[in-house]
Design a protein around this ligand. Structure first.
Ligand SMILES: Cc1cc2nc3c(=O)[nH]c(=O)nc-3n(C[C@H](O)[C@H](O)[C@H](O)COP(=O)(O)O)c2cc1C
Length: 254
């Protein structure tokens, strides 16, 4: 693998969940947001709210950003030109989420390069109604994700990823053989277990079905069990998020 300053900064990044008392300067904050703005965009549908209250911010971070998928601003621009958005909500949402996500990741990389750390918090869509009220978020604006940010008060190891053969496919999608799946799972689970990730976090996702016997402890509970429990047990109601989307009148089912 080639190394340079940009690659090394990306390769060394890890989510930071503990922050020092140092407050990022306005110049640092504006640099991060400006780098975010410069991400590729389909329609500049990403916007950002900054929150500076450590007491209420996730992980008590000095700052956090609510990353918004923002159709309202686009519609204002169109209105000024005498146009109305007729692009479907699902189209708008799909491209808006991409604009917001690429912007967000530019912000994360920029922060890393300035010696700051960050962590995404994925609950924002589920808190859409609360955030909407609290931050005056208008219709047609959807909170996609939160990013906590500040100077790191922890230095966790870089977290494992799947092996390249399980991630990069040459020309055609391959048959995922049982051996390849087993190897990939082993790489992830061994990696997380070596780092004692879940013991340090003090967290295992409990089994929803209480009749099932818990066979895992922090000695053998790895990433693939964790992520499987999440995807098997959480957010199973398809209407839950659709209702949240509806809150901003962006209902992809309509
Ligand atoms: C969309 C999204 C949502 C996330 N939500 C959370 C979260 O709610 N809480 C948390 O501690 N980490 C959250 N993370 C961070 C991931 O747990 C983290 O990126 C992943 O475990 C890999 O670790 P690394 O970032 O240190 O490489 C989220 C990441 C993404 C991209």
């Amino acid at each position: 693998m080639i190394h340079n300053e940009v690659i090394d900064s990306m390769m060394n990044r890890k989510s930071i969940r503990k922050y020092t008392d140092q407050i990022p300067t306005e110049e640092e904050i504006l640099t991060v947001v400006r780098a975010g703005q410069q991400a590729p965009f389909a329609m500049q549908l990403g916007s950002v709210i900054i929150q500076r209250n450590r007491e209420t911010n996730a992980f008590k971070a000095p700052i956090q950003f609510i990353i918004l998928c923002d159709l309202h601003r686009m519609e204002k621009v169109m209105e000024a030109r005498g146009w109305k958005r007729e692009a479907s909500d699902i189209h708008s949402l799909l491209f808006g989420m991409q604009d917001a996500a690429y912007m967000a990741q530019n912000m994360v990389n920029a922060a890393e390069s300035l010696g700051m750390g960050s962590c995404y918090i994925g609950a924002a869509p589920y808190m859409a109604d609360k955030l909407r009220k609290h931050c005056n978020i208008p219709e047609h604006v959807f909170p996609l994700v939160i990013i906590s940010m500040g100077f790191p008060a922890e230095n966790p190891p870089v977290r494992p990823r799947y092996p390249m053969e399980f991630h990069l496919f040459e020309e055609k999608y391959p048959q995922l053989s049982p051996e390849l799946i087993r190897e990939a799972m082993k790489q992830m689970d061994d990696g997380y277990l070596e780092q004692d990730y879940y013991r340090n976090a003090g967290y295992m996702i409990p089994l929803s079905d209480k009749s099932k016997e818990e066979k895992y402890s922090f000695d053998n509970y790895g990433w693939t069990e964790h992520i499987s429990r999440k995807m098997a047990q959480w957010s199973t109601d398809p209407d839950e998020l659709l209702k949240k989307f509806k809150l901003c009148d962006l209902n992809p089912m309509e």
